[in-house]
Design a protein around this ligand. Structure first.
Ligand code: ADP
Ligand code: MG
Length: 245
């Protein structure tokens, strides 16, 4: 498809009756890496929840399309089936449900082959240094913060998503895990043309994952967009300094 993209236009989102996002615009094409940075409470996670359809995050204006199709009218599961993946800032523990059954059901629902899921899981786990013993645990139960993030990366790989929203995938990762996870995501962008919206506070993630565009979100809107050089300026000047200049 030539005109494939994830397009966010004038997105307004309210939570508990309070407007958090006040008109966000962004267009993500296959293989591109867009990075959203911004102070605590600026609305970064709100953006990720709204894209995936969290019921508490109400879209009050604007639209989002995936390959030209309205995304916001779809239930979350259908957004996922259309190729959108959300890596949560705080992945949820689901007692009693194994990773394998989640991925098998997801593949089945999407009409995909399920015989190879186990093999794919093991391969992905190996690539990112995720111990195989964790594959038997109920989803995320008793995993450390960093292990949960690796678990999410594994799911992203096995599900073969087309667009991924990564909400602070680097938080809680040690240096080795960070290197492995960011390399894997960079590979997805090149090998599978994955489009990425990465929310982060740290330039470290971007040493391996190559950003095309950096967006600074502040007070619910994108107040600055630039290339990778913005990250350096941010490290030197801080959000306040950057936005004041
Ligand atoms: P960020 O991820 O950029 O740190 P969030 O999107 O999590 O910011 O939050 C943006 C603002 O929305 C904050 O002021 C936060 O307190 C508020 N907020 C987020 N989720 C909820 C919620 N479920 N209920 C009430 N307020 C919320
Ligand atoms: Mg957040």
């Amino acid at each position: 498809m030539t005109n494939s993209s994830l397009v966010i236009e004038n997105l307004h989102v309210s939570v508990s009756g309070k407007e958090i996002l006040k008109g966000v615009n962004m267009e993500i094409r296959p293989g591109e890496v867009h990075v959203v940075m911004g102070p605590n409470g600026s609305g970064k996670s709100t953006l990720s929840y709204a894209l995936m359809g969290h019921p508490e995050y109400k879209v009050t204006d604007g639209q989002v399309t995936l390959d030209g199709q309205d995304l916001l009218s779809l239930p979350s599961w259908q957004r996922a089936q259309n190729g959108l993946f959300l890596c949560l800032q705080h992945p949820i523990e689901v007692p009693g449900v194994t990773l394998e059954s989640v991925l098998t059901e997801a593949a089945r629902a999407a009409g995909k082959e399920t015989d190879t899921i186990r093999k794919q899981m093991i391969e992905e786990a190996e690539t990112i240094g995720f111990e195989e013993k964790f594959l038997e645990r109920p989803l995320n139960v008793d995993l450390s913060g960093g292990e949960k993030k690796r678990n999410e990366t594994l799911q992203l790989g096995v599900l073969g998503a087309r667009y991924a929203v990564l909400d602070e995938i680097d938080s809680g990762l040690d240096v080795d895990a960070l290197a492995a996870v960011s390399q894997r995501i960079q590979d997805f962008t090149q090998e599978q043309n994955l489009g990425v919206l990465a929310i982060t506070h740290f330039s470290r993630l971007l040493e391996v994952l190559e950003p095309d565009h950096i967006h600074i979100l502040n007070d619910g809107s994108i107040q600055m967009t630039g290339g990778p050089e913005l990250v350096e300026r941010l490290e030197e000047e801080g959000y306040q300094g950057l936005l004041d200049n």
